[in-house]
Design a binder for this molecule. Structure first.
Ligand code: KIV
Ligand code: NA
Length: 277
């Protein structure tokens, strides 16, 4: 599969072919996503929770994200690779965001960075895109601001908040985002914002009317059960399947079923006799 490029993503959008995106957090999850042929792989800071066991995404810093992104990049040969700039690594100034993005690209091997927020990010997104760093926006439920939002809650449920969402979407598009994530909004709001924009939208809990979809890989594989949002569809039973496999192994060790001759090396009788002497 040839590498996915931004012009190809534009073409999918123009042809109304939905764009598929999934998160990854290490080499193997990157490889799974790439082999499955998804268009885009996102190293999301959700990995702080689903893969590192933190309580929130705010607990991961830029160096951690760069480390994970570099690992993912070794497994991703063709999908377009994006990485989140984590909480605290881009808000101070466009210069801070630029330095963080450069690190993510040079050391993490990401092709684009994602930042959460709306019109307040206008100068930041403009600075990055002016210097050739592709930026993915993220509006609606922005988990880095969960303390201010009062938790993981649906956004844009009132006309006033939906208008604000649209204004933010238009502002970050104007600033130069080539694509944007819309998280946890009513389906009609996700569709209308998508219609008003000229860049693709990728929904997570934003209904079927966005230009594409994204899910957190460990969530959709059934590998994380601390919190199950309404928008999540589970495609596998990662926890159950793998706990059972490890339990069978442990039982077989205790009952001397493992290892059998099939999984054992041998030595010739002749050599062994000499060894005994
Ligand atoms: O961190 C993440 O996984 C994300 C996606 C849910 C969009 O930001
Ligand atoms: Na994120």
């Amino acid at each position: 599969r040839p590498p996915v490029t931004i012009p190809q993503l534009r073409k999918l959008y123009k042809n109304k072919t939905p764009i598929s995106m999934i998160t990854a957090h290490d080499y193997i999850s990157g490889m799974l996503a790439d082999r499955a042929g998804v268009d885009m792989v996102l190293v999301g800071d959700s990995l702080a929770m689903v893969s590192m066991g933190h309580e929130s995404t705010s607990e991961i810093d830029l160096n951690d994200m760069v480390y994970h992104t570099r690992a993912v990049s070794r497994g991703v040969k063709s999908s377009f690779l994006i990485a989140d700039l984590p909480f605290g690594s881009y808000e101070t100034s466009p210069e801070q965001a630029f330095d963080s993005a450069v690190k993510m690209i040079k050391k993490g091997n990401a092709q684009a960075v994602k930042i959460e927020g709306g019109k307040e990010l206008y100068p930041t997104i403009k600075k990055l895109t002016d210097f050739g760093i592709p930026v993915v926006g993220h509006i609606g439920l922005t988990p880095q601001r969960q303390n201010a939002l009062g938790g993981f809650r649906v956004q844009g449920k009132t006309a006033k908040s939906a208008v604000e969402l649209l204004e933010n979407a238009l502002a970050i598009q104007e600033a130069g985002c080539f694509i944007m994530i819309i998280e946890a909004v009513p389906d009609k709001v996700g569709s209308l914002i998508t219609e008003k924009l000229s860049v693709p939208t990728i929904g997570i809990g934003a209904g079927p009317g966005t230009s594409g979809q994204v899910l957190v890989q460990l969530d959709m594989l059934g590998g994380f059960d601390a919190f199950v949002p309404k928008f999540l569809k589970r495609y596998s039973n990662y926890l159950e399947t793998n706990v059972n496999a490890i339990k069978t192994y442990s039982d077989e060790v205790k009952s001397h079923q493992f290892p059998s001759t099939e999984h054992t090396y041998s030595i010739t009788d002749d050599e062994f006799a000499k060894f005994q002497d």
